[in-house]
Design a protein around this ligand. Structure first.
Ligand code: 5GP
Length: 143
């Protein structure tokens, strides 16, 4: 089978280009951070490097250090914002692993004792809830 390549029409590339909206938490020259529209838990956030790659397998290693520094900041912020007991960090590579959007991204999900994750790419959250949660995480990042 031919090696899969990066396709710039993917939904996160479109969000990066501002072609479709997202509930943004943070943005700088390296990453954007926004709410997952089908959260697997309250406050499910995505950290997306701006550099194009399909996933971890074809990413420039130089992108990964700064990306994970941002993942750590966001993990700390969601834990604080939602007073969570823990944080799950997930990242999928290729459809066999569960990847559905083919631009590298890292899932950051606040976790609460006894509350399981909802299904991956399950139900859409209400925009007002996503906006409210993005605001809470922005506030935690700023403090
Ligand atoms: P993956 O399966 O590729 O690791 O995760 C893709 C994630 O993107 C899923 O959790 C899914 O809910 C989320 N997602 C899919 N489409 C959109 C969208 O248009 N906007 C946002 N913010 N998230 C999306």
């Amino acid at each position: 089978m031919a090696e899969a390549t990066y396709d710039s029409s993917n939904i996160f590339a479109r969000i990066l280009r501002g072609e479709i909206p997202s509930h943004r938490v943070y943005e700088d020259e390296a990453v954007i951070v926004f709410m997952d529209v089908m959260p697997q838990g309250q406050g499910h956030t995505l950290v997306v490097p701006k550099a194009p790659s399909r996933n971890l397998l074809d990413a420039d290693p130089a992108v990964l250090g700064p990306l994970f520094a941002h993942v750590q900041k966001v993990a700390r912020a969601v834990k604080k914002a939602f007073d969570a007991d823990g944080v799950t960090v997930m990242q999928f590579n290729e459809p066999a692993s569960g990847q559905t959007v083919f631009h590298l991204h890292v899932h950051v999900i606040p976790r609460f004792e006894g509350i399981p994750l909802k299904p991956h790419s399950g139900q859409m959250e209400k925009p007002e809830i996503l906006a409210q949660n993005a605001g809470k995480i922005r506030m935690a990042l700023a403090n």
